[in-house]
Design a binder for this molecule. Structure first.
Ligand code: CP
Ligand code: NVA
Length: 304
């Protein structure tokens, strides 16, 4: 593994190994306390963040490394191209964690940098979130290939990362979005093909009446960072897709998940997200452990 550009570049076996490693590091953190000693990692953010920024900073510290936060709002593209940013950062840092508007920026950073680049969210993918979510499902729900999982809402970055992760691990995932908010068709096809090999399944519907019973319901914000959506249209298009007590009961769902930040009263009711069925804090906690597994995998060769 040279980079974590998106979820799609991971082989199913690599995803499984990352989840195992995350468990191991979580259980025995002391064994990894000097793994990144002497290493410096740049955290480059074009968009706001709480969980990703704070969990990378804390996680790198726990591995004995050092991180710096670079506010890249209005930096990449406007001040200098991503290729120059990547080439320069690689002179002083051992890896780059980047949250960007366009997936192309991740690709450009990785091409210009001879150090690992980790996607900390782009318009098309949020691999660190998906890995933490798979870890949470394993811990809190059970074997991934036995799980029936429903993603409801906007079919963008988080949904697409989860589709890849679900397909790699044999999960049964149904995606339900309003018309016009479906995940990328090529990614859906890729996930469906991959799921055939892993024994899982990925389906897409727009009609809530076509949903099957599920173990878990997952949702995300209706307006992602950087999107300029008409509020009225958003409410009209997404309102029927709110996760509330009635939907949880209709689908026999035992668990609720959300990447956060969440907007109570919009994509989910407070009654659901603040209930014992909600796994959101387990997900947030596992961001650190999943990301530390990624960092260990990326630098493993350096320790061989
Ligand atoms: N879930 C997530 O990525 O949260 P932040 O935007 O706060 O980093
Ligand atoms: N889809 C959301 C995820 C936030 C973690 C966004 O891109 O803003």
């Amino acid at each position: 593994m040279n980079d974590l550009i998106d979820m799609w570049t991971l082989q199913p076996q690599q995803t499984t190994e990352l989840l195992q490693l995350a468990q191991t590091i979580k259980q025995r953190p002391a064994a990894w306390a000097t793994f990144l000693q002497g290493k410096s990692i740049a955290l480059l953010f074009e968009k706001p963040s709480l969980r990703t920024r704070a969990s990378f900073a804390a996680g790198i510290h726990r591995l004995g490394g050092h991180s710096i936060y670079l506010d890249a709002q209005n930096l990449i593209g406007e001040r200098e191209p991503a290729s120059d940013v990547g080439a320069n950062l690689a002179l002083w840092h051992d890896a780059i964690v980047a949250r960007v508007f366009s997936q192309q920026t991740i690709t450009d950073l990785a091409a210009a940098s001879d150090k690992p680049v980790i996607n900390a969210l782009s318009d098309t993918c949020h691999p660190c979130q998906a890995l933490a979510d798979l870890l949470t499902l394993q811990e809190q729900v059970g074997a991934l290939d036995q799980i029936h999982f429903t993603y409801i809402g906007d079919g963008n970055n988080v949904c697409q990362a989860l589709m890849a992760g679900a397909a790699q691990t044999g999960m049964h995932m149904q995606v339900v979005t309003p018309l016009g908010y479906a995940p990328d068709a090529a990614m859906l096809a890729q996930a469906q093909q991959l799921a055939q090999q892993s024994g899982g399944s990925i389906t897409l519907v727009h009609d809530l009446d076509q949903l099957q019973s599920t173990d878990v319901i997952y949702t995300d914000t209706w307006v992602s960072m950087g999107q300029e959506r008409d509020q009225g249209a958003v409410m009209q298009d997404f309102a029927p897709y709110q996760v509330n007590r009635a939907l949880m009961q209709q689908l026999n769902a035992n668990y609720f998940m959300h990447c956060l930040p969440a907007y109570r009263g919009r994509e989910v009711t407070a009654e659901v997200i603040d209930s014992p069925q909600s796994l959101v804090l387990f997900q947030a906690e596992n961001r650190l452990h999943a990301q530390n597994a990624v960092l260990v995998k990326l630098f493993e060769g350096a320790h061989a």
